[in-house]
Design a protein around this ligand. Structure first.
Ligand code: SF4
Length: 54
């Protein structure tokens, strides 16, 4: 079952499902470069990502 409310466009992730859904049981999102203070959305990323071929 897809995570409700999560929209993801990373189609190269093994958890990604068509319709921009995420099929992981949970996701972890962190700030690029560490710490806890992002200023813009492009400074955050999903660290649950795994490439499809791994
Ligand atoms: S694990 Fe992260 S990158 Fe992968 S589909 Fe889910 S939200 Fe997207």
């Amino acid at each position: 079952m897809s995570l409700p409310g999560v929209k993801c466009t990373v189609s190269s992730c093994r958890f990604w499902k068509s319709g921009e859904h995420c099929d992981a049981s949970a996701i972890e999102v962190n700030v690029d470069g560490g710490g806890a203070h992002a200023r813009q959305s492009d400074q955050t990323n999903c660290h649950t990502f795994q490439p499809k071929n791994s």
